[in-house]
Design a protein around this ligand. Sequence first.
Ligand code: BTN
Length: 259
Amino acid sequence: MNHRRLKTALKDLPMGGLRYLKRVGSTNDAALAWAAAGAADFSLVVSDEQTAGRGRGGRRWYTPAGAALAFSLILRPRPGEQEKAALFSALGALAVAVALEGYSLSPQIKWPNDVLLGGRKVCGVLTETVWLGEQIDSLVIGVGVNVAAASVPPADLLNFPAACLETELGRPVERVSLLREILSALLEWRPRLGTQAFLDAWEARLAFRGETVEVWAEGQPARRGWLVGLDSDGGLRLRLPGGEHLTLPFGEVHLRPGM
Ligand code: BTN
């Protein structure tokens, strides 16, 4: 991966800007700094290696050199997107899932926005928002995909079983082409953010649907229920053991298959 190859591969996409960093702490941090300095909508930061990659809930994200796809996309939400901005993380996960289907894989989305292959995590999304008063000034969608076997984190960093693309496919994967496919899917779905078609596409790929799951917010006890699907805001609908329904708003909630 290098700047020239990225530029060539992405030349037909409406990029606001492109920065390639051979090594960086976190592409999200680099993108947030660039956004603060005025980066245009759809500007992209890509790196071959992250030394301080960040995951959800303050966890580390493992990105050794040459093995993973790690990028952060800067968006400037348009007027109609402002009130649906919470769904941009799901847009990132949906775009990755759609791109992986192009490799004849059958990815699933573990609510809210992890991408799984064969029930194991292959991609995580960390979206960070910069507010300007009541309005969102910019938003950074950070995406990490495990591509080669070396990108699968060591066991002590894992909080969910992990997979990688090349092992699933049994062949090498060109990271720049994968990036192009993900960005194309994101461009295709962005205009439909929050629409019924968007929710249907997300729900159709939802992992553990019709199965028992456990959900919990950080520091809270876990609740167990049967995963029904999504509500109209992208919240998760569960049927509890007593038969009553519970909807969890989209956010910092963890989910795992129930025992
Ligand atoms: C998760 O915890 O599942 C989210 C992981 C997000 C990782 C990506 S890699 C590119 C971007 N830069 C970061 O520091 N994090 C995100």
